[in-house]
Design a protein around this ligand. Structure first.
Ligand code: HEM
Length: 405
């Protein structure tokens, strides 16, 4: 919180900082563990212990005005009862509203449904990777990794195989552009995606099947007051949209990071080729080392004190999960990428009430994709100049990784 000219400066929208935010985040942890950015008017916590504690404290750090830093409206202090900034999505709600929805959807998003996707994920890997065998190389993200998550979400919901690729194309368009720049193409994709899902929901309502959409329509919980509660139509649609938003881009970036980091650390990759049982641990290390979603933003409901300074009520607070993963107070030699590191915990999937609902699916996808990749391509090379990165305030990672075989 010092104003000296040498004080650390962190701007999440500055591309030069975002290229490698880690030296800046280290300075924040050491010199300004509660950081305030005047230009963009937000506070930031960067140490593991602080991010962890604040993630648990939803009473003070609210998600109900959104969790995208620049979209949090701090001016309308009382909130506008006419508008619902959550768009019906639980990720932008606080308890008890959040918890009721989460309990309901969790009845449909079960470990059984997730585990059943293993076969489909490996089929998709074979479909995309086999044609590349014997070739000179391909774009690991564009031609492969970015296609998988939306198709897997489709399979999870019960979208027939032949439509999963179409869903992926709409998903690509929906995700491609930054918030605030809605092109006609993007609007069209949003509408078609919505119409497709709408038709699917209507169909399952008439004739339920063994799929997650049918389960979402059927699940019921009993409230504390004894009344029963089911998901209504807009809630089912909002959840389906949330899965697409929360589950596709993040997972695509994680897979992209895997292709980059394993090429940068060939000795680590060789360990995985020699011993496949290390892959699940390697996924955790990837998540710690390069979190695809490195900033979770909140709105403070009350004043709070950190490191001797006060954060006023009604402020924007950035929880820097990306910095937490490199905190030397939590991880010995955090800059070392080590697939055999003994890792008890990380906050890459968030923590507390909003802990990533899809964490087990993301892990399953990453493990299957890395195994299937290494089985066909034990070695590849990258040229750092050819890699392109996505820059949004919510997701950070490679969007193009040409790999050379
Ligand atoms: C590597 C991939 C992924 C990462 C890094 C990731 C990260 C996160 C994080 C950090 C949160 C908490 C956000 C907050 O606290 O504001 C979250 C929540 C969520 N994620 Fe993920 N996620 C991933 C994959 C997925 C997948 C595959 C799905 C589902 C298909 C999914 C669905 C969700 C949902 C529904 C929430 C909201 C939970 C709630 O509000 O209770 N995520 N994710």
């Amino acid at each position: 919180m010092s104003a000296s000219p040498t004080a650390p400066y962190y701007d999440p929208y500055d591309a030069a900082i975002d290229d490698d935010p880690y030296p800046t985040w280290r300075r924040l942890r050491d010199e300004a563990p509660l950081y305030y950015n005047e230009q963009h008017d937000f506070y930031a916590l960067s140490r593991f212990a602080d991010v962890y504690a604040a993630s648990l404290n939803w009473q003070t750090y609210s998600s109900a005005r959104g969790t995208v830093l620049e979209l949090i409206d701090t001016n309308t202090v009382a909130g506008n009862p006419e508008s619902d900034p959550s768009f019906g999505m639980m990720i932008f709600m606080d308890p008890p509203r959040h918890d009721e929805l989460r309990r309901l959807v969790s009845r449909a998003f079960t470990p059984r449904r997730v585990a059943a996707l293993n076969v489909r994920i490996r089929e998709l890997c074979a479909e995309f990777l086999e044609p590349q065998c014997g070739g000179p190389g391909f774009d690991y993200v564009e031609d492969f990794a970015a296609k998988i998550p939306t198709m897997v979400i489709g399979a999870l919901l019960g979208v027939p195989k032949q439509d999963q690729d179409q869903l992926r194309r709409w998903g690509d368009l929906m995700m491609r552009l930054e918030i605030g720049t809605v092109s006609a193409e993007k609007m069209d994709a949003i509408e078609r995606f919505g119409a497709y899902m709408q038709a699917m929901v209507d169909d399952r309502r008439r004739a339920p099947r063994d799929d997650m959409i049918s389960d979402l329509l059927a699940v019921e919980i009993t409230r504390d007051d004894g009344s029963n509660r089911k998901l209504d139509h807009p809630e089912v649609m909002a959840f389906v949209t949330l899965l697409e938003i929360a589950g596709s881009e993040t997972t695509a970036r994680l897979l992209g990071w895997a292709s980059v980091l394993l090429a940068r650390h060939p000795e680590q990759r060789a360990k995985l080729v020699a011993n496949r049982t290390l892959v699940p641990n390697a996924v955790e290390e990837l998540l710690r080392y390069e979190p695809p979603s490195p900033i979770q933003a909140r709105f403070t409901m009350h004043a709070a004190e950190w490191h001797g300074h006060v954060v006023p009520a009604h402020s924007r607070m950035a929880l820097l999960t990306g910095s937490a993963g490199r905190d030397e107070r939590e991880y010995p030699e955090p800059e070392r990428f080590d697939v055999e590191r003994s890792l008890d915990r990380h906050v890459t999937f968030g923590y507390g009430v909003h802990y990533c609902l899809g964490a087990s699916l993301a892990r399953l996808e990453a493990e299957a994709v890395i195994e299937e990749t290494l089985a066909r391509f034990p070695e590849w090379h990258i040229d750092e100049r050819e890699i392109e990165y996505v820059r949004t305030s919510t997701v950070r990672g490679p969007s193009r990784v040409p790999i050379h075989l």
